[in-house]
Design a protein around this ligand. Sequence first.
Ligand code: ZN
Length: 141
Amino acid sequence: MLGATHFAAGAAVYTLLRRPKILGLTVAFASHFALDAVPHYELSFPWQVLLFALTGAGVSLLAWKLKDLWVLVAASLGILPDMNWILRISETLDAFHSFIHFKKTSLPVIALLVIEAVVFAASFLVLIRSSRNKKNGGFRL
Ligand SMILES: [Zn+2]
């Protein structure tokens, strides 16, 4: 999925599971592989950068509202495998990432964009609700 979606999803997962903190951070990292296994459409690099910048600003604002900078750590863990794809830091992570990433789909592009939009919107909804319910300890259903 898009880097922006992974960043938002990592942050959202963390806000749901941040006690204990290590669980939220671990699941934020693992969320990357679960989302990449889902068929999706890859936008061009300039669009990815633009959407990531906007998402980064939004997630940063919500982390500030939550007074929890670990949200940004979790978001970064959510996008880490894609950063590794670019920076080539770990061959093992790169190989696992490529293995788990969906390969081919017959779904139309519009369906792939809808999947991406739903995951992105759901992640931001969780983040917004968490920031509104911070006095109660975070997200409430
Ligand atoms: Zn990926």
